[in-house]
Design a protein around this ligand. Structure first.
Ligand SMILES: Cc1cc2nc3c(=O)[nH]c(=O)nc-3n(C[C@H](O)[C@H](O)[C@H](O)COP(=O)(O)O)c2cc1C
Ligand SMILES: C=C(O[C@@H]1CC(C(=O)O)=C[C@@H](OP(=O)(O)O)[C@H]1O)C(=O)O
Length: 386
């Protein structure tokens, strides 16, 4: 399976083509729109999210609510386009478009590197595609992947562990409880004591013209043993997930299981002892390594964390240099979120969903969803008896 996304933040639409989906997969538009809606929420989002109502139109590869096996085209409309046509239309008048020209690169954005690399003297030509608007496309793709995974008994949840200096306490919950609780929280945090301090911190940052980052966690349950492979570097599934996480705008790091904590502990407190039972076959006594050994899944839940830097656009802008005059100036301000960690946790869930679904279809190539489910079930039985 593979996919491509296209579209500018203030262009008419986002376009996604997914190729290689098994046929006969019931594709629920409600589930796609639900994921897209979740990504728009969260305390700290800016005014743009009040303009958009992200929904996915299915334009190819689906008939009678099921995939045909042909490439699936999804389109998400940018409602904000109506305000930007004169500037963003491919045939826009240069004079009109020039009114929103950006010549003062924003530190922390792709603006300056992108402008130098592609020789743009209006940094809007960089900003429009480097914007995290694109993450809506990746959530739509993940929402398709989640529907494949659910039929194979694989389920995903995500939540926020940290915003700025406020860290959530670890709460023992089932995946269902975690999903329900994070859904009820406007910061997607399952620790009730951390929710209000997180919101207060976001409000304070916003008032001060500043921004915040944080840490999100994704958990995947029901993953069979042996997705990914140790035999070649680019087949290691933890490595692919790491790339998927760090490719989310503003994500700077990734951890699995106890993560960076492993550096401080002796081996006896890091590795997971192997156990066996008649009913379940092989397992692990703990899951400190977050479900991976040798680039392959162990059958334990996948535990993936990502760290997001604070939003780079600041209403109290940092200093920059004008690309025309080379004079120092305060960076340009584009309308902005002050904290998008809750939204980003939804993006993280969905990019992980895609990687796991892709690894599943690599291990169990299938033209139809029934073939996939059959193979996964047979394999689960076989691994129990190993
Ligand atoms: C869901 C989401 C929303 C974001 N919203 C904004 C925003 O409103 N303003 C902003 O400056 N950056 C925002 N970002 C981050 C920037 O897109 C990102 O920092 C920038 O493109 C540079 O990429 P890099 O940080 O990965 O190097 C957002 C990121 C995500 C994941
Ligand atoms: C559009 C989205 O996020 C945008 C991501 C973003 C950035 O610089 O990454 C900047 C802002 O864009 P705008 O200036 O249009 O408000 C955010 O709103 C979205 O998440 O759908």
């Amino acid at each position: 399976m593979r996919y491509l996304t296209a579209g500018e933040s203030h262009g008419p639409q986002l376009t996604i083509i997914i190729e290689g989906l098994p046929s006969q997969l019931p594709l629920s538009k409600e589930k796609l729109d639900y994921e897209l809606h979740r990504r728009q929420l969260g305390h700290g989002r800016g005014r743009r999210m009040q303009i958009e109502t992200d929904q996915a139109q299915m334009l190819s590869g689906v008939r009678f609510g099921k995939t045909t096996g042909a490439p699936v085209t999804l389109v998400i409309e940018n409602k904000d386009w109506t305000h930007w046509q004169k500037i963003m239309h491919p045939q826009a008048e240069p004079e009109e478009a020039g009114k929103r020209r950006i010549s003062r690169p924003r530190p922390g954005h792709a603006d300056l590197n992108g402008a130098i690399k592609y020789n743009h003297h209006d940094m809007r030509d960089v900003l429009e595609r480097s914007s995290a608007r694109e993450t809506a496309s990746r959530v739509a793709v993940g929402a398709v992947a989640k529907q494949i995974l659910a039929l194979c008994g694989i389920h995903i949840g995500g939540h926020v562990l940290r915003i700025g200096e406020v860290e959530a306490e670890r709460v023992e919950l089932t995946l269902d409880e975690l999903v329900q609780r994070s859904e009820q929280s406007t910061v997607r945090c399952v620790d009730p004591n951390a929710e209000q301090p997180m919101k207060d911190l976001i409000d304070r940052a916003k008032k001060e013209g500043d921004s915040l980052g944080g840490v999100v966690e994704v958990i995947v349950e029901g993953v069979p043993i042996g997705l990914g492979s140790f035999v070649h570097w680019d087949r290691k599934l933890d490595a692919r997930i790491a790339q998927a996480i760090v490719s989310i705008n503003a994500f700077k790091g990734v951890e699995f299981g106890i993560g960076f904590e492993a550096a401080k502990r002796p081996g006896s407190e890091v590795h997971d002892e192997i156990i066996w039972s008649e009913e379940e076959g092989f397992g692990r006594a703990t899951n400190r390594l977050g479900g991976f050994e040798g680039g392959m899944t162990t059958g334990q839940p996948l535990i993936v964390r990502g760290v997001m830097k604070p939003i780079p656009t600041l209403y109290k802008p940092l200093m920059s240099v004008d690309i025309d005059t080379k004079e120092p100036f305060a960076a340009s301000i584009e309308r902005s979120d002050s904290c998008a960690v809750p939204a980003a946790s939804v993006v993280a869930e969905n990019v992980v969903a895609w990687e796991v679904a892709q690894a599943l279809l690599e291990k169990f190539p299938a033209d139809t969803i029934d073939e996939l489910v059959e193979q996964v079930n047979a394999y689960r039985e076989r691994t129990k008896r190993f």
